[in-house]
Design a binder for this molecule. Structure first.
Ligand code: C2E
Ligand code: CA
Ligand code: CA
Ligand code: CA
Length: 277
């Protein structure tokens, strides 16, 4: 690579062009990913570290592109949001998750709520309530067996509409949790206006929980949940030390590699039948 300013400029141009091309390709291929069965759902356990038992699971999307290999959700979800394919994908996901959940119940392996992440475009959609209703009806899953995870920033972005939409869902009996709690800009005074059942502490607080400052924030989050009569769970728990600290604050529900990584449904069945974490 020549060191002239001009060549440097070309070099960056080239990188930008390649990123642009990848994005366009992913955007186009995402439309076909569902019918081509390239998308799968992984499940990660949520664990009560005090009672030592499973309390829930989170469903997470995985995309295996035939030529590009694994594409992370952090890369493709924003694209799916933008081109609208997030709607059919979430519809499919809700159906899969509900029927898988009923299968685990029937097999006696697990009877816990399974959560699905709801992005901004899906939360805004007038189709969401019907999508959930249909998935529950087709699978015969009790509404309390389904949980929706909505990030703090999405919930707060369009507060009045969100209050209405979440109110409808809460009326149906599904559970709702605030994802990535602590990373958005919620006015704490409005949290009580939203029908959340659980606050999920973002992993950025947990993973640096050796820091005195972060520990103080976590303790306060646990206190807020307690005062508002909401459940609390911590995500991204990777070590025993983190788990022990959380227990000391009164937060018992945890999710993270320390307890179990996200896994395909058949691996989850095996994990469950072997007794879990
Ligand atoms: P999220 O909802 O905050 O999901 C948790 C992420 O943390 C997942 O990443 C999970 O694999 C990862 N994780 C779990 N335990 C640990 C741990 O102990 N340490 C670390 N470092 N990470 C851990 P993933 O699966 O790559 O998903 C990333 C994000 O993509 C999710 O963040 C969520 O915002 C989005 N996403 C994934 N699946 C879906 C989906 O089906 N729909 C929507 N709308 N978004 C999804
Ligand atoms: Ca989540
Ligand atoms: Ca999260
Ligand atoms: Ca997160």
């Amino acid at each position: 690579v020549k060191k002239t300013g001009k060549n440097r400029f070309c070099f960056f141009d080239d990188i930008m062009a390649r990123e642009q091309a990848r994005r366009l390709r992913l955007e186009r291929d995402l439309q076909k990913a569902l019918p081509r069965r390239e998308l799968t759902i992984f499940y990660q356990p949520k664990w009560d570290a005090e009672k030592d038992r499973l309390t829930g699971m989170e469903a997470l999307l995985r995309w295996e592109h035939p030529e590009l290999g694994k594409v992370t959700p952090s890369e493709f979800i924003p694209i799916a949001e933008e081109n609208g394919s997030i709607l059919p994908i979430t519809r499919w996901m809700l159906e899969e998750v509900c029927s898988q959940s009923v299968r685990w119940q029937e097999e006696g392996l697990a009877a816990v709520p399974v959560s699905v992440n709801i992005s901004s475009r899906v939360l805004d959609s007038a189709l969401l309530v019907d999508m959930i209703h249909e998935a529950l009806t087709a699978s015969r899953l009790a509404p309390s067996g389904l949980e929706l995870e909505i990030t703090e920033s999405i919930a707060m972005a369009n507060l009045e509409d969100t209050i209405e939409q979440l109110g409808r869902l809460e009326q149906m009996g599904v559970r709702i949790s605030m994802d990535d709690f602590g990373t958005g800009y919620s006015s704490l005074g409005r949290i009580g206006d939203l029908p959340f059942h659980t606050l999920k502490i973002d992993r950025s607080f947990i993973q640096k929980s050796s820091l005195f400052f972060k520990q103080a924030i976590i303790r306060n989050m646990v206190a807020i949940a307690g005062n508002l009569d909401l459940g609390i769970i911590a995500e991204g728990v990777e070590t025993r030390e983190q788990a022990e600290f959380l227990l000391s604050t009164g937060c018992h529900d945890m999710q993270g590699y320390f307890f179990g990584k996200p896994m395909a449904a058949d691996s989850m069945s095996r994990w469950l039948s072997e007794g879990g974490a």
